[in-house]
Design a protein around this ligand. Structure first.
Ligand code: HEM
Length: 522
């Protein structure tokens, strides 16, 4: 007994134990303040979430937070407290107020983990920049290249890569020798190779090489997954990023994008030296040409060019793959929809007859059902499926239930949750039904216009306002073109129609298990 008392005394003298006790006391005091002193205490939510962000962290780390949130809203209503200072909101009519062009609803620190650490300094990109003025300065010189007309000029570069995707699928799975033709293969994986390659094609006129290799030859795709897993955790506890990556002593995470940065720098230098590989030509400018022109205008330096180049890779490849996969998966799971899609393409006289057998965007956009399929697929599984957070600005905000949320609280809006709102989408909100985007038989024009307006207002799949997705036109154009081209050229079916695919939601919800069989269209 005396011996154990001595041990306790010794431990009490230990600085480590003192620090641990002080930390515990601090955490308890913080939790008590979060619970009793918070202006958000009136809002319902899981008990643990009132004290700590660890509740959210746990569920996000399991990759299924979108499901947890939908259930939480079913249980607690449209406003759910998901952290001591965070409410998740399912009031679609608030989207336009929050995601506006004034920039008064600021991004939270949750996005800082996507910034880089260079020579001891945090270097932001367009997505992570929380300062509205700096963000506008960085975006202005390049925004026009991502507009609908800007992206239209890149279509020939996309066509080359879509044609390559088709060639690889045919060589390996349609016409494959040795009995491999017609066997199940991971179509979702090939869509990912395509979207990473096309980023290289439109950015520096050279695909990154995943389609021709048929694998993640440099480990970049696996690194991107790990980085997103890390990013998703830091969304819940932004301080993690400081401890793990931005502290001045030791850098533990996340997995870096060094190969992609190296590749961007290599292309920049080669372009300056005129030693570019790939299919670059003066007649077909790519993003790198535009970024270098912005530098000549005095709007950028080489570091800024590399940051712009990297955003195409980091924000554009996975999100586009996710959206193409969703369109294919939900169509193939619903053969009625897949057949109608093909019939509507045929009725419009479309062939995959553009450059290299690729459907042209102009043709595809003229078929309303393709648009309905794509919008519905993106609603079912938005490319961002964790809450998009904003700080409540000065003056606070009054919610639809009459309650008042003061300045400084964080409101989260999850496109996936908003895409399940029954007031907007109806009782079949969880079902894939592209027809909801079309005017119904006997539906008055006014009624359809009002319904469409409500759906558009609720749709946050590309964000909104001054921080909406820069690459929306580029991403969507590819979803339309790839889905239509595959539908026109091939008979495709799920290899295991009764199986569900697996979705791991790390901000971008990456899917696994889109296994298919493919043949040339009869
Ligand atoms: C279909 C595919 C895509 C989807 C579903 C998607 C979704 C989104 C969403 C929801 C946001 C808003 C995030 C927020 O407010 O925090 C966003 C922002 C952004 N996206 Fe996309 N994206 C897609 C494709 C692309 C592509 C191809 C690029 C290529 C450049 C891109 C670049 C960006 C950038 C730079 C931002 C930050 C914009 C800013 O803060 O000013 N995205 N995206």
């Amino acid at each position: 007994m005396i011996a154990s008392y001595d041990v306790v005394l010794k431990l009490r003298e230990s600085p480590i134990l003192s620090l641990a006790i002080a930390s515990l006391a601090y955490l308890l005091a913080y939790a008590a303040k979060s619970y009793a002193g918070s202006p958000l205490r009136r809002y319902p939510g899981p008990w643990l979430a009132k004290f700590t962000n660890l509740w959210r962290l746990y569920h996000v780390s399991r990759g299924s937070f979108h499901h947890v949130l939908v259930r939480a809203h079913e249980k607690y209503g449209p406003v759910v407290r998901i952290g001591p200072n965070v409410l998740d909101i399912d009031y679609p009519d608030l989207n336009k107020t929050v995601f506006n062009t004034k920039g008064d609803w600021k991004k939270t620190e949750s996005v800082l983990a996507s910034s880089a650490m260079v020579d001891g300094h945090v270097v932001h990109n367009l997505f992570s920049q929380t300062d509205a003025a700096k963000h506008a300065r960085e975006k202005k010189p390049i925004a026009k290249y991502y507009s609908a007309s800007g992206v239209a000029e890149l279509e020939p570069l996309m066509d080359k890569t879509i044609a390559q995707l088709c060639d690889e699928l045919e060589r390996r799975f349609v016409d494959a020798p040795g009995g491999a033709a017609g066997k199940p293969f991971d179509l979702g994986r090939w869509i990912l190779y395509y979207t990473w390659d096309v980023v290289g094609a439109v950015t520096f006129s050279e695909p990154l090489g995943y389609l021709s290799a048929g694998r993640d030859f440099d480990g970049m795709l696996a690194t991107a997954d790990k980085s997103l897993d890390y990013f998703a955790l830091c969304l819940c506890v932004p301080a993690l990023d400081w401890w793990l990556a931005k502290n001045p002593v030791v850098r533990l995470g996340p997995a870096g994008f060094d190969p992609a940065v190296g590749n961007a720098v290599k292309h920049l230098v080669a372009r300056y030296q005129g030693t570019d590989g790939g299919f670059h030509s003066a007649a077909q400018p790519d993003f790198l040409d535009h970024f270098i022109a912005a530098k000549s205008d005095g709007a950028a330096d080489d570091n800024q060019i590399v940051s712009w180049l990297m955003i195409n890779v980091l924000a554009g490849a996975d999100t586009t793959a996710i959206s193409i996969r969703s369109a294919l998966y939900y169509c193939l799971k619903n053969p009625r929809v897949w057949q109608r899609l093909r019939a509507e393409l045929a009725a419009a006289g479309l062939t995959a007859g553009g450059g290299g057998g690729v459907a042209t965007y102009r043709d595809v956009r003229s078929v309303a059902y393709v648009d309905a399929v794509v919008r519905e697929a993106v609603r079912m599984l938005p490319g961002v499926s964790l809450p998009i957070e904003r700080y409540v600005p000065a003056g606070g905000v009054r919610l639809r239930d009459g309650s008042f949320v003061p300045e400084g609280a964080i409101l989260g809006f999850n496109p996936y949750v908003l895409g399940r709102n029954r007031e907007v989408w109806g009782v079949d909100a969880a079902e894939f039904r592209p027809e909801r985007w079309l005017r119904g038989d006997g539906e008055a024009a006014d009624a359809f216009a009002a319904r469409l307006q409500a759906m558009n207002n609720a749709d946050l799949s590309f964000g909104g306002g001054s921080r909406s997705c820069l690459g929306k036109h580029m991403g969507l154009m590819q979803v339309y073109k790839v889905v239509a081209t595959l539908a026109l050229r091939y008979d495709i079916a799920l290899a295991y129609p009764d199986r569900e695919w697996k979705v791991i939601n790390s901000w971008f919800p990456r899917q696994e298990g889109l296994e298919a069989v493919i043949a040339k269209r009869a």
